[in-house]
Design a protein around this ligand. Structure first.
Ligand SMILES: *Cc1c(COP(=O)(O)O)cnc(C)c1O
Length: 812
């Protein structure tokens, strides 16, 4: 959009004064940020309105992405950038002697998600808008985001994340579009005089769902979509029934906190309440909006696509059935046809403990009408399947099993499409986790490899790299990501490689300053920056990384004068508060860091930096400075990974097992341009099947490994309680569930190759360049294009010369 610097300066001053009744010169960073954010939102608002009106006027098919988590990151910079205003804003502020960067840091980073799943949802929102597609988000406005992590004596402690403290300038409370959600009570069906079964409810807990809408701004295409997050309140007309604050708790708590369990199933009633609350409010508002289109209800699937992001929103299926039958008075058959054609489902994990199962008794009591519908879906499924496929498959795939509601089964049965998030993951779904369903419904299964938005993760996080690419190949790649491949042509160009090395060094210096500031650790920017940033989980194997660092430390101690390539090992990771083992790993890494960072024999040869409170904002600082991207999960366990894509796009070389999207990274960039080690998923499956794994044998037969493991319990690492023993036990005595010891030797070997390559800076830069140039296929723009074509059947609503256009997909 067009705003001059002069106009911006004038409007900013006015905005500030109207909010605070004094001059901007006296404002705090938070106040200045709030004024700036609201002004930018003002600029957004006309496009937001026009986009909505355009969709209705043209009866455009809309996608609703249902997700319990969104992890949008700070929005000021990306909104200003996508609007095309970032430079004007920066210049205007500097005329006022204000620093944009400083104000931008005052924005709270909304941690409304745990990790990759929530971040994916937000990358998808960015791409949907940037492709000009009608895509809405639907989720929960948690009052407290994921806990704030602090380390005390090396232990993780969790503090509340009150992200709304200074208000949230991006959201708009929309009191016109509230919905009522009912819980509990009794329900019975009564036939009315037209022969319809009408449900009657009594003694229900009625909760008002209030939507807070946030604009999702497309990249230079005048499109602004909507992210709708719901908040639970007491219905106005029932306020008089509540006499004390305590009585209001059961309602308020529904949207109070995000569950901090990244993958473990949290068996709590409140979690189920949250799921139904978001689903019911979302589906009600979709059906209400659909009425504006004035088309028959049987055409809902032509105008609406509902996406179920992991099983958490799977109650969409019975809720849509409920509304169509009870409120729209359709027959079961009509309702089912619509529901099944409208819904699609993405599976995100093969971890058994993360596949949601709710006790039938709990479901029945909390959601009596929904449970009736689930039961009926299940009965009809069994009736249809049994004669065709027999007992075994039917009972393996039923929704109701052994007293629980299997949510993945509900999602698969109620959706026309089921996808995994990387090729290997989708194969594992078809051959193992959802094998029986693949037999029933092969046509539903498809793969959609995850992606990331280059706008946030490259253009904004790494402006110097972006400038270098612009200089060399022009700016087309920003609108047509596949153009990035042109950068490959510079792999032998000395000037480009030197500049690339300079950019990386500058980013590393900036991170080194930040490390000094927040951790008090001095690191050498010329050292190799080795990065593992992701949730802490045994399957991601931060402890394999730990064992290798300990191995390095022992080698340096044994021969301090030998030639070592200096390394800084950088971690960022939160552990679920109830995940004891993950917290023990954090403690051991922190204690090892204390030892290593203060040992004069070690100096710059080895440093360990474990950042507190990993989240999107921290990721944006770390990723541009990374040399090595650690993607070392046990093969078959990581569904896709997306930090692997962000790091690749910023020129880090990947050190990886052949897991998730690492395999596709290897296929695109070529095996010689990354470091692969460890068991393959096939070998992992074989080891599990024949139960032949013997961790203790490995411990006893590999002296280096034994040395390292013994150091966990020998007192080498200071200030441990029993954490060293806990790790040792899990790895040696309890037979190492994630085959860490098995992969240790090949990991160390790969790490040595990393050192060798780093000594040749020119060759390193060449491979880094090839990684950057091969990263376009992981643009979420392509991922969304494939969802849109194959699953949602939606198209761009902007002209071809506006915004992002994906002419040729960089296919394989
Ligand atoms: C990208 C991202 C993730 C996902 O990381 P993985 O390594 O793919 O698990 C998690 N958290 C944040 C804050 C991210 O930005």
């Amino acid at each position: 959009m067009e705003v001059t610097v002069k106009q911006f300066v004038k409007e900013f001053k006015q905005q500030f004064q109207s909010m605070y009744a004094y001059s901007y010169e006296e404002g705090s960073n938070e106040q200045l940020y709030n004024a700036l954010g609201l002004l930018v939102k003002n600029y957004i608002s006309s496009y937001w309105k026009e986009t909505r009106e355009k969709y209705i006027k043209n009866s455009v098919k809309q996608v609703y992405y249902f997700s319990m988590e969104f992890l949008p990151g700070r929005q000021l910079r990306s909104n200003a950038y996508n609007l095309g205003l970032l430079d004007v804003v920066k210049e205007g502020l500097s005329e006022l002697e204000l620093s944009f960067d400083q104000l931008a840091e005052a924005e709270a980073d909304p941690a409304l998600g745990n990790g990759g799943l929530g971040r994916l949802a937000s990358c998808f929102m960015d791409s949907l808008a940037s492709l000009g597609m009608a895509g809405n988000g639907n989720g929960i406005r948690y009052q407290y985001g994921l806990f704030r992590q602090k380390f005390v004596d090396g232990y993780q402690v969790e503090l509340p994340e009150n992200w709304l403290r200074y208000r949230n300038v991006w959201e708009t409370r929309n009191d016109k579009s509230t919905c009522m959600v009912r819980f509990g009570g009794n329900v019975w069906l009564e036939e009315n005089h037209q022969g319809h079964l009408v449900p009657h409810y009594e003694n229900t807990l009625n909760v008002l769902a209030v939507p807070y809408d946030t604009p999702m701004v497309g990249y230079r295409n005048d499109t602004v979509n909507n992210l709708r997050l719901w908040s639970a309140e007491i219905p106005v007309e029932e306020e008089a029934n509540y006499h004390t604050i305590e009585e209001t708790e059961p309602i308020k708590e529904i949207t109070q906190v995000l569950y901090p369990d990244d993958s473990n199933y949290e068996g709590r009633l409140l979690r189920l309440k949250q799921e139904y609350f978001m689903v019911s409010a979302g589906v009600q508002s979709i059906i209400r909006h659909f009425r504006k289109y004035n088309v028959p209800r049987k055409n809902i699937p032509d105008k609406v696509a509902i996406h179920i992001n992991d099983t958490h929103p799977a109650l969409v299926v019975p809720e849509l059935m409920r509304i169509l039958i009870d409120e729209e008075h359709l027959s079961w058959e009509q309702a089912w046809e619509i529901t099944f054609k409208t819904c699609s489902y993405t599976n995100h994990t093969i971890l058994r403990e993360a596949l949601e199962k709710w006790p039938i008794d709990m479901m029945k009591e909390l959601l009596p009408r929904i449970y009736m519908i689930i039961e009926e879906i299940n009965n009809r499924f069994v009736e249809n399947t049994l004669p065709l496929y027999g007992e075994r498959i039917t009972w393996q795939t039923a929704i109701l099993q052994n007293g629980v509601v299997n949510m993945a089964h509900l999602a698969v049965i109620g959706s026309h499409s089921v996808n995994g998030v990387a090729k290997l993951h989708t194969d594992i779904l078809m051959n193992d986790v959802l094998k029986d369903f693949f037999e029933l419904y092969p046509e539903r299964f498809n793969n959609k490899t995850n992606g990331i938005t280059q706008r946030r993760w490259v253009h904004l996080a790494n402006p110097e790299l972006t400038k270098l690419i612009d200089e060399k190949i022009g700016e087309n790649w920003k609108l047509t990501p596949s153009e990035l491949k042109v950068f490959k042509g510079f792999e032998k160009d000395k000037d480009t490689l030197n500049k690339l090395t300079d950019v990386k060094l500058k980013n590393k210096k900036r991170l080194a300053d930040y490390i000094k500031e927040v951790k008090g650790i001095t690191v050498d920017p010329n050292a190799l920056f080795d990065v593992q940033i992701k949730r802490l989980h045994a399957y991601k194997r931060q402890h394999l990384n730990l064992l290798h660092i300990l191995h390095r430390y022992l080698e340096i101690k044994a021969d301090p004068s030998a030639d070592y390539v200096p390394r800084v090992f950088i971690f960022g990771a939160k552990a679920a508060p109830s995940y004891h083992y993950a917290k023990q790993i954090i403690k051991v890494i922190n204690s090892l860091a204390d030892l290593v960072n203060n040992d004069p024999d070690v100096g710059d040869k080895l440093k360990i930096v474990f950042f507190e409170n990993y989240g999107v904002s921290l990721a944006e600082k770390i990723i541009p400075a990374a040399d090595i991207s650690e993607q070392i999960s046990l093969a078959s366990m990581e569904a896709s990974g997306t930090s692997n894509m962000k790091l690749m796009a910023n020129g880090a070389l990947t050190l990886a097992t052949l897991d998730g999207a690492n395999i596709e990274i290897k296929d695109f960039v070529g095996e010689e341009n990354l470091f692969v080690f460890g068991l393959s998923s096939k070998e992992v499956y074989e080891l599990k099947a024949n139960q032949s794994y013997q961790a203790r044998e490995l411990y006893e037969s590999n002296p280096k490994l034994k040395n390292v493991l013994d150091a966990l319990t020998s007192g080498t690492i200071p200030n441990l309680q029993d954490e060293g023993y806990a790790l040792f036990d899990s790895l040696v005595n309890f037979n190492d569930e994630y085959f860490v010891l098995k992969d240790f030797a090949s990991y160390v070997e790969a790490q040595n190759k990393v050192d060798d390559l780093y000594k040749d800076q020119n060759e390193w830069a060449r491979k880094s360049l090839l990684n950057i140039a091969s990263s376009a296929p992981f643009s979420a723009d392509y991922t969304i294009q494939r969802y849109a074509d194959d699953i949602w059947k939606v198209r761009s609503c902007v002209e071809e010369d506006e915004g992002v256009h994906l002419v040729d997909e960089p296919l394989y």
